[in-house]
Design a protein around this ligand. Structure first.
Ligand SMILES: Nc1ncnc2c1ncn2[C@@H]1O[C@H](COP(=O)(O)OP(=O)(O)OP(=O)(O)O)[C@@H](O)[C@H]1O
Ligand SMILES: [Mg+2]
Length: 343
């Protein structure tokens, strides 16, 4: 038997813990250990219950030499992958005590960092490979061909611009993330911000020629915010509506009067950008704010997209304590709605 005091302590620990006797039988498991390994294992040999080679080796060695040892354990709790660092140690009554320290958060963060670096490298490598290829062609076969030179230089310019945009978006994302916990302090006139965002997109608007329907509130609306960031949000949404909207289709931009918004439990305004474009399959919607996530990578890339636009929107809306919702029907269009508290 494990000392009742010790089992009380192990019982309330917020992570899995269990004890093994000198006869190599499991004598105690707390609730979290049962979630990890299952019930009905008390009294059984530890090898039948734990089954993870790394951990079994550590237990065997510690039972022999009674030295403190750590081992890594990977398992699943409620269909979630978990990673623990397990310390194997002896109590005074010669039980081997296993304590499981949850390292899943650190592992997840490391994985995200690795994915992010892999994504950035891949996004930069594609235009860079194209650039190198064209430079080599210009140095060799196309050296004396003025037509080819013009054509290749134009492609090279657009690939270089693509890398430039990617870097600008990454910098913008990192600035936005860094400021996310800092409350914005400017008073921003939302009607002006919307109008200025539309003006910033005039070249793109002229190219794809959407019919803009603009329904702005009658009264001026001020929120506490950061003007540059809010304009960036409107530009990103409007740019998506133009890029993924129907050529020549209607894009409706509407800004409401202030009202009591139950979702935020305070007075707010809503801003909606609605297009008549290709729409988005519902399975993609929850993932659209992930960095580099694109529904149709090819189409987005063709339009110069990096898949960072909505990730930036999400962080800015978090900072402004707002909400951001996407409602879309495949084939008939998308509406993105922002809720922003007014103070
Ligand atoms: N209005 C829309 N209609 C249809 N699909 C959309 C719309 N807005 C976004 N999407 C889809 O969501 C994806 C992610 O959008 P996001 O703005 O984050 O990236 P992007 O437009 O590809 O690139 P970026 O905005 O960085 O230039 C897009 O690639 C597109 O597939
Ligand atoms: Mg975009």
């Amino acid at each position: 038997m494990v000392d009742p005091k010790l089992s009380d302590i192990l019982g309330i620990l917020p992570f899995p813990a269990l004890a093994i006797t000198a006869e190599e039988k499991i004598s105690f498991m707390n609730v979290m250990a049962m979630q990890l390994f299952g019930q009905g294992l008390i009294g059984r040999h530890y090898v039948n219950a734990l089954r993870y080679p790394n951990l079994l080796d550590a237990i065997e060695a510690t039972l022999k030499d009674k030295e403190l040892r750590n081992a890594r354990y990977q398992g699943t709790i409620a269909q979630r992958e978990v990673v623990y660092e397990v310390s194997c140690n002896f109590d005074l009554a010669d039980h081997l005590i296993l304590i499981f320290d949850d390292k899943s958060g650190i592992e997840d963060a490391n994985q995200m960092r690795r994915d992010f670096i892999a994504n950035v490298s891949h996004e930069l490598k594609t235009p860079l490979t194209a650039l190198i290829g064209f430079v080599e062609t210009l140095q060799a076969t196309a050296k004396d061909d003025p037509n080819a030179r013009e054509q290749f230089l134009a492609i090279m310019k657009s690939e270089a611009q693509r890398m430039d945009r990617l870097i600008a978006d990454l910098l913008s994302l990192s600035r936005v993330e860094a400021s996310e916990r800092v409350r914005p302090t400017q008073r921003v006139n939302l009607k002006d911000a919307v109008t200025e965002s539309i003006e910033a997109l005039v070249p793109l608007i002229e190219k794809s020629n959407p019919k803009l329907v603009i329904e702005l509130s009658k009264s001026p609306i001020e929120v506490m915010g950061e003007g540059d960031q809010l304009r960036q949000v409107f530009i990103n949404l409007l740019e998506n509506a133009i890029k993924y909207g129907k050529n020549g289709g209607v894009i409706t931009i509407s800004l409401s009067e202030p009202y009591y918004e139950p979702k935020l439990r305070k007075d707010a305004v809503s801003l909606s950008v609605k297009d008549e474009g290709i729409g988005i399959d519902p399975i993609h919607i929850p993932r659209l704010t992930e960095r580099f996530y694109r529904v149709d990578t090819h189409r987005s890339r063709e339009m110069g997209g990096t898949g960072l636009g909505l990730a930036i929107v999400k962080h800015i809306m978090n900072r402004h304590r707002g909400r951001f919702m996407i409602d879309s029907t495949l084939g008939s269009g998308t509406e993105v709605k922002l809720l922003l508290p007014v103070y």
